[in-house]
Design a protein around this ligand. Structure first.
Ligand code: NAD
Length: 425
């Protein structure tokens, strides 16, 4: 066990969960005490006030964070979240998972995450632009193409990344596309980045279904969250022949055993920003969606939705964690013991497609040489396959769960880099 107590500033259920996962993984690989605390605790955190002028002329102040968990293996990398439930502890946990993820898939990055406590659905487009720009302005001293490279996450999108690139570039005096990934193509975004996370999830789901001997044409899929990741995963899986039988967003769930019309659902979100007006399925609750009888369950919204109470009611055969941290520590231990038949693709592997193509985007920006969509997706799938094979080898060698296999690989690589670099006196 790590000796340093959890810092109170990060204290939250989700940070505690990330710490418990770390402690278990560190024990499993006998990580030396001398390197544990350095590997576990966030390197640094920034808290900023973000004042913006509202459309009615008033001023609102939002609180924002950026946590850089690990800078030992390269520039920190991780998305920016706009959500009302953001806390410093949540951002720190997400930053920690980014460290293991970038290391697991072999990217020359560290791990970071950012967030602002705000409900973006309550802000107009102009107000969202003010918020994106002012947040970026406040974190400029702590980021840069060789320091920390943000990207979109829950509640943020390509357009917001475009505003942030512009704010940073205006500050520096010239266009610096490599400071942010997941930005519009017109300012150096990459082909394939928008669909990368969802396409990666679909690719891995297809691989694991094949291992399980289940033809994808007979697979049924339920997806919680229908934003960038959930929407793109639905599209990619339906194109591969799977039947999407349920989807949901913050407005509720929609069930259609004959198959959801994914294109229609995407068009609904594109024109109204939610699924509230979607009429292609019966209304169901989030709980009903998560416990549906289906082949594949894909949580693609928030963390900690699969709780110890819900875990015994899961009826899927494959759980593909597109969201970060969707399964609580205790629920995961319960599933490991009681559901050996359930295959789990853990978050650090399952949603790694996003950061892999972010890396490709950053490379293209630094070299000013741009790739085709086919090149991007081919390289993405190859890199995901390599990571998956490494996880399966680790799982077989040590008889670990797939989550423990993935996390120990990531943690070991970060710890090795810290050991090789030594401790600055
Ligand atoms: P997004 O904002 O584009 O979409 C989020 C979706 O979740 C929306 O449909 C929203 O309505 C829904 N949602 C929000 N609260 C909900 C609730 N209480 N119940 C049900 N649905 C709810 O965000 P995203 O980029 O798709 O990210 C989704 C998840 O994937 C997050 O956990 C994020 O950290 C993770 N992730 C994203 C990326 C990426 O490239 N965007 C990469 C890796 C992991």
């Amino acid at each position: 066990m790590s000796k340093l107590p959890s810092t109170p500033i990060y204290s939250s259920e989700v940070y505690l969960m990330a710490c418990k996962q770390f402690d278990r993984a560190a024990d499993a690989i006998n990580l030396p005490e001398s390197i544990r605390d350095r590997t576990k605790h966030p390197h640094r955190a920034v808290v900023v006030s973000v004042p913006i002028r509202r459309d009615d002329g008033s001023v609102s102040v939002f609180e924002g964070y950026r946590v850089q968990h690990n800078l030992s293996t390269g520039p920190a990398k991780g998305g920016i979240r706009f959500h009302p439930d953001v806390t410093l502890g949540e951002v720190a946990a997400l930053a920690m998972w980014m460290s293991w993820k970038t290391a697991l898939v072999g990217l020359p990055y560290g791990g970071a995450k950012g967030g602002v406590i705000v409900d973006p659905s309550k802000l107009s487009s102009t107000e969202l632009e003010h918020l994106s720009r002012r947040y970026m302005q406040e974190i400029i001293p702590f980021i840069g193409p060789q320091v920390d490279v943000p990207a979109p996450d829950l509640g943020t999108n390509e357009q917001m990344m475009g505003w942030m690139v512009d704010t940073y570039s205006t500050h520096v005096g010239h266009l610096v596309p490599a400071v942010i990934t997941g930005k519009p193509l017109a300012v150096g975004g990459s082909q394939g980045r928008r669909e990368a996370t969802g396409a990666g999830v679909a690719h891995l789901v297809s691989r694991y279904l094949a291992d399980m001997g289940v033809p994808i044409s007979s697979a049924t899929v339920a997806i919680q969250g229908f934003g960038n990741v959930g929407g793109e995963a639905a599209l990619a899986l339906s194109r591969r022949g799977a039947r999407i039988i349920a989807i949901s967003d913050y407005t509720g769930g929609y069930h259609n055993p004959a198959g959801i019309d994914v294109a229609k659902a995407l068009a609904c979100v594109a024109s109204t920003r939610s699924l509230a007006a979607f009429d292609g399925g019966e209304a169901i609750t989030q709980d009903e969606l998560l416990t549906l009888d289906c082949t594949v369950l894909i949580p693609a919204a928030l963390e900690r939705v699969i709780t110890p109470e819900l875990a015994p009611r899961l009826r899927c055969r494959l759980l593909a964690e597109a969201a970060n941290g969707p399964t609580t520590y205790d629920a995961d231990r319960w599933l490991e013991t009681n559901r050996p038949d359930l295959e789990i693709i853990p978050d650090v592997l399952c949603n790694a497609g996003g950061v892999i193509v972010s890396y490709f985007e950053w490379l293209q920006n630094l070299e000013n040489y741009y790739w085709t969509r086919d090149e991007v997706l081919e390289k993405l799938f190859r890199q995901l396959d390599q990571a998956r094979e490494a996880v399966e080898r680790q799982l077989r060698r040590y008889k670990f769960s797939r989550r423990l296999a993935a996390q120990t690989l990531g943690i070991q690589r970060v710890a090795d880099a810290k050991t090789a670099r030594g401790l600055f006196p």
